[in-house]
Design a protein around this ligand. Structure first.
Ligand code: SAM
Ligand code: DTB
Ligand code: SF4
Length: 338
């Protein structure tokens, strides 16, 4: 999928775009299924990075306290509860720039992953930067997918984060792919980006080889104290368009309607599901921010007649196309050397 293809699709009347997205969705996925994922922040706050949307950066007075890495027993309790509640994916996040082998905290994370992977859910972690060896060990410990978002276009990224680069993000994604883990990679809408930035992000994601297994589409949750605290709410139809475009551009990926659902009406969420979103975060809390109440989500899914997706803990990473360069993106798509 090229940038021109995406521009053409984006310019369609909304219902024409929705029709195409729906057709793609029904060719690739059982209609009417949504995966429930539970998030847990296993290490909160105090992060060295300056991501201007994030309440967990130590640089902003967001009111989020820096915590220690959770004990594995406490994580297991939460994972068990998530599994009982119907979640089929458990995603653990840490407010770190990255992890390094040979450190106590990395060994602790591996122990946590080994425990959680015994529960039969897909296990996802998001720990920041990884080298090839760390990626290999995480996979060995039982991680099925690694979440590492590109967040926006390479052009807009330096306006949002200065402590690491787009290339750093691409390098980690490459390490995850090489280790044979599935990649969960998406972005945030509402960072002050243009439509072109949004389409560039999708272009890059659509050209990953192998393609991402899941694509989270977050809407900025403006966190008090962060530089983006006053950013304007998104136009809901632009969110729907982005979901539809993601569905068409990356048909085999789960498209996750991620952060920001507390500000969406039931009707907007319904349009997102129609357009191809087939996964949500489920449970009252994301990492530090609010998510809709479980009862509210149950009611919404029931009223739309949507079923929840069965777990797939043995999930294999999508296969690379041997006819194309391997990696997270074509070098020419983003000027990167990853
Ligand atoms: N530190 C790791 C990293 O940056 O990859 C993992 C945790 S980080 C909080 C995970 C993702 O959450 C970010 O990449 C971003 O896409 C999303 N996120 C963080 N704060 C957000 C906010 N205020 N609104 C929407 N999405 C947010
Ligand atoms: C993703 O794309 N969104 C989730 C998950 N991956 C780790 C995180 C959303 C964080 C929202 C802000 C917060 O809770 O602090
Ligand atoms: Fe740290 Fe991740 Fe937040 Fe950036 S997004 S400040 S790396 S926790």
């Amino acid at each position: 999928m090229t940038l021109q293809d995406l521009q053409r699709l984006h310019a369609l009347p909304l219902f024409e775009l929705l029709k195409q997205a729906r057709e793609t969705h029904e060719r690739h996925w059982p209609a009417g299924e949504v995966q429930l994922c539970t998030l847990l922040s296993i290490k909160t706050g105090g992060c060295s990075e300056d991501c201007s949307y994030c309440a967990q950066s130590a640089r902003y007075n967001s009111g989020v306290e820096a915590g220690r890495l959770m004990e594995r027993e406490a994580v297991m309790e939460r994972a068990l509860a998530a599994s009982k509640n119907g979640s089929t994916r458990f995603c653990m996040g840490a407010a770190w720039r990255g992890v390094r082998g040979g450190t106590r905290r990395f060994e602790q994370v591996l122990d946590i992953v080994r425990d959680v992977s015994s529960l039969g859910m897909e296990v996802c972690v998001t720990l920041g930067e990884l080298g090839p060896e760390e990626a290999r060990r995480l996979r060995e410990a039982g991680v099925t997918a690694y979440n590492h978002n590109l967040d926006t276009s390479p052009e807009h990224y330096p306006n949002i984060v200065t402590t690491h680069t787009y290339d750093d993000r691409l390098r980690t994604i490459r390490n995850v792919q090489d280790a044979g883990m599935s990649v969960c990679c998406g972005g945030i809408l509402g960072l002050g980006e243009t439509t072109m930035d949004r389409l560039r992000l999708l272009e890059i994601l659509a050209n990953f080889n192998p393609p991402p297994e899941s694509v989270p589409i977050n809407s900025l949750m403006p966190m008090p104290g962060t530089p983006l605290a006053e950013n304007q709410a998104l136009d809901p139809f632009e969110l729907v368009r982005m979901i539809a475009l993601a569905r068409i551009a990356i048909p085999g990926a789960k498209v996750r309607l991620s952060a920001g659902r507390t500000r969406l009406s039931d009707e907007t969420q319904a349009l997102c599901f129609f357009a191809g979103a087939n996964s949500i975060f489920y449970g009252e809390k994301l990492l530090t921010a609010k998510n809709p109440a479980v009862e509210k989500d149950r009611k919404l899914l029931a009223s739309l007649g949507l079923r929840t997706q069965a777990p797939n803990p043995g999930m294999e990473a999508p296969e690379a196309d041997p006819g194309r360069p391997a990696g997270p993106a074509f070098a020419e798509a983003c000027g990167a050397s990853a």
